[in-house]
Design a protein. Sequence first.
Length: 134
Amino acid sequence: MTMKLNYIGFTVSDMERALAFYRLLGLPIPQDIPVEGHVEIEVDGLRIAWDSEALLRDLSPEWTPPSGTGRIGAGVQAPSPAGVDDVAARLRAAGYAVPEPFDAPWGQRYLTVTDPDGTPVDVFAWLPGSDTGH
């Protein structure tokens, strides 16, 4: 049996702030989506969700937010190398500290940013002529 990744979830301290960040990355999160303890969208068959810390505490009273660097990151593919630069510019304009995107030796325009809760998010696009067979 072949397994398929179907769901990825982020735990957030401030739902509105988190959703605003991921909208800036270009995820299609509707502006009028009900913002409660759980928000979920589907993109190309992958469900992406955000759960509030309050919801996790309600479900499991002993839960505490992790400290230190997380053990999982996320990646968002831009449609072109210029799209990576556009994301960097949008995030900077919104007040986020964003490093300069770079052309990585593995053939991608690349940028790693951190969401408001400390989760690393890679933004990338394949460079023209690179091997996209990954």
